[in-house]
Design a binder for this molecule. Structure first.
Ligand SMILES: [Zn+2]
Length: 521
């Protein structure tokens, strides 16, 4: 999942609404035992604590210098591969992370398990054109789509345009029992990407209300590129079978229909659904010197979709967070507060891992200084989104001072439901999410082309230097970055940032109101 802009961007969320509903069913571990402080085993003669301004050049040098970053990421992408939460590949990725964190020399590594309500994997998806004439159609199921009935379903394809009211009105009764084809715009910008999430829930509503049997989404990428993500906001199965069809094939179907040559197809999507899938977050720590019980999280997500190998989303940042730990440890210095390096899973299904973490560590959140999250590929970092928290801006600017050579930075006050900062924001903890230039993120987003060769390691290393120094600086600030907000203050923040509107439009609001997600009433 990516992160970006206000409203539209935030609409992009993957929220586990009903996940909470099934929290009863989901197993959240009791609060983990506090970690035993260990004297740092770092290289190069650790000193307890050096001011960040003095340490930053060391950390930057370690980040930009030779490191296992490339080989680690190749292991995660080429060897482990695409890793859907709850899948065997995700389990291998968790082992990879534990080993790599150990090699980075941190004080402690542990995993925390949680359960997601549904396990999902794609079966052999096929679409056969029966009329007016056979031709090949390339498609993939969207994530968390239910299977078609056993043996598949045969139906007419009905073109509903962009899937808006007018499109369904034009289709009228013909949409009943049919497979509706929805046109899309080509994905170019962050906002385009957000719109993919923002507009689609309403289109699905219309298809369900029209009695459609399934939805075919025209791919938003040209050149036969296929991708998947789940559109549900609850982590539960979608309401209708849905697939993404190669843009060129979808346009061909649409042209037959426009030429009054009805298109009849047989769609078979034998997706495999399991109840409850187990997963884990991986947590590593460098223990603080003066206030070890206060902590800053530097995080990314470890899970990915599996058409590609999740290199840009979010493998490069998972490997980067591990290497940031190595660079900080190798600097030989220790900040006042602890730094926890967390690789969440379940992000693509609704930030389930970060939700589980916030719930499991609820008793510690008064001691949590900040969540710093990277989840927008390897593009140049232009600053941080502060989740609407104007009160922390001055301290963030101070923390970024040692990074002047990587700037200038523009921090923004937008807020979003797009990645693993959300549950911490809703718990009143300050959050920083890296704003990054898009680079080639859009085309490859969740696509079969999201592979190791797409990663710009020189830029990723610069982002690592920024991430490592930011985490160190925030953990070493003389005072806390900012207070933990009360529920009242968070409610005001949700209004001022527009998050409340998005949470209502995406069906997430009830989770907040019921106290299932976010700071308790
Ligand atoms: Zn992501």
């Amino acid at each position: 999942m990516t992160y970006h802009t206000i409203t539209f961007r935030s609409a992009i969320i993957l929220l586990g609404c009903t996940i909470l509903a099934t929290v009863g069913a989901a197993q959240f571990p009791s609060a983990p035992k506090p970690l035993e402080p260990k004297m740092p085993q770092g290289v190069g003669g650790c000193t307890i604590n050096k001011p960040c301004a003095e340490v930053a050049p060391d950390i930057i040098k370690k980040a930009l210098g030779p490191s296992p970053l490339e080989s680690n990421l190749r292991q995660l992408t080429d060897v482990v591969g695409g890793r859907i939460t709850g899948s065997p590949a995700a389990d291998k990725a968790i082992d990879w992370a534990v080993q790599a964190f150990r090699a980075a020399g941190v004080d402690e590594v542990l995993t925390e398990n949680f359960t997601v309500p549904v396990g999902w994997s794609e079966g052999r998806t096929r679409l056969e054109v029966l009329a007016p004439q056979p031709f090949p159609v390339h498609l993939v199921s969207i994530g968390w789509s239910p299977a078609t009935p056993p043996g598949g379903l045969t139906a007419n394809v009905v073109d509903v345009g962009m899937g808006n009211e007018a499109g369904f009105k034009h289709a009228g009764e013909s949409a009943k029992g049919a497979i509706v084809l929805v046109h899309t715009n080509v994905l170019k910008t962050w906002d385009d990407l957000m719109n993919e999430y923002y507009f689609e829930p309403a289109i699905i509503d219309r298809a369900v209300n029209a009695g459609a049997a399934a939805i075919l989404w025209m791919s938003t990428r040209p050149y036969m590129l296929l991708y998947r993500h789940n559109l549900s906001l609850t982590g539960e199965l979608e309401r209708l079978p849905q697939a993404v069809v190669a843009r060129e094939d979808a346009l061909r179907i649409a042209r037959f229909i426009a030429a009054n040559q009805p298109v009849k197809v047989h769609l078979d999507m034998p997706n495999k659904i399991t109840e409850h899938a187990a997963s884990e977050n991986v947590i590593a720590e460098i223990r603080g010197s003066e206030k070890p019980d206060e902590f800053v999280i530097l995080g990314a997500h470890l899970d990915s979709w599996e058409l590609g190998t999740g290199a840009l989303d979010d493998g490069c940042n998972a490997a980067m967070v591990i290497d940031a730990a190595r660079a900080i440890r190798a600097s030989g210095s220790i900040p006042k507060r602890s730094i926890r390096f967390v690789l969440f899973t379940g992000e693509e299904q609704g930030m389930l891992g970060s939700w589980a973490y916030a719930l499991a560590h609820r008793t510690e959140l008064d001691h949590m200084d900040a969540a710093i999250i990277f989840d927008s590929g390897d593009g140049k970092v232009t600053g941080y989104s502060l989740g609407g928290r104007k009160d922390i801006a001055a301290n963030v600017t101070q923390a970024l001072r040692p990074l002047a050579s990587f700037g200038p930075f523009e921090n923004t006050f937008d807020s979003d439901m797009g990645t693993d900062n959300l549950d911490f924001l809703l718990e009143g903890v300050p959050t920083l999410v890296a704003n990054q230039e898009p680079d080639d993120y859009m085309m490859n987003y969740h696509a079969a082309s999201d592979t190791y060769d797409k990663v710009d390691f020189a830029q990723l290393k610069r982002n690592e230097a920024i991430a490592a120094v930011t985490a160190y600086a925030v953990a070493d600030l003389p005072e806390r970055l900012g207070p933990r907000q009360t529920r009242k203050q968070i409610e005001r923040l949700l209004k001022t940032t527009g998050l409340e509107k998005e949470m209502k439009e995406t069906g997430f609001w009830s989770l907040w109101v019921d106290g299932k997600r976010g700071r308790q009433p």
